[in-house]
Design a protein around this ligand. Structure first.
Ligand SMILES: [Zn+2]
Length: 130
């Protein structure tokens, strides 16, 4: 499967409420449909997660802008996360932390992004990345 960035909206108990995908491994353009879904689901929305199938394990400058806009629009803090081949990072209360035990839906996020599953031992490819 081709690598691409995928966005998931997560509700209570780790329910996947909505998802969409870009056609690029390095960007996830703003989409009207995504903003509408976020607004419609705002009552149950707990976390907004997206993948970085080729890394990095962290938020990009573009992500920062989007997260700021979303926080303002929602009027309350929401959890943001990035899932990369080598792990997952969560932004909560303005602080980033690495997640050691990933929630179940990261499996789906990785699969839909074309990433090998965590711990599948398919790291050889990545180590040759230039
Ligand atoms: Zn990103």
């Amino acid at each position: 499967m081709r690598l691409r960035e995928v966005c998931l909206l997560i509700g209570r108990d780790g329910t996947v409420l909505w998802s969409d995908a870009s056609d690029s491994p390095v960007s996830l353009p703003d989409s009207r449909a995504r903003w509408e879904a976020i607004w419609r689901l705002r009552g149950e929305l707990e976390e907004i997660s997206h993948s970085h199938p080729v890394g990095p394990l962290g938020f990009s400058a573009e992500d920062e802008t989007t997260m700021e806009a979303l926080t303002v629009a929602l009027g309350r803090p929401v959890r943001f996360s990035v899932v990369a081949p080598d792990g997952m990072v969560v932004r909560e209360e303005g602080k980033d932390r690495l997640v050691t035990v990933e929630p179940g839906w990261t499996g789906r996020l990785r699969t839909e992004s074309g990433m090998p599953r965590a711990g599948s031992g398919c790291q050889a490819e990545n180590s040759q990345h230039t």
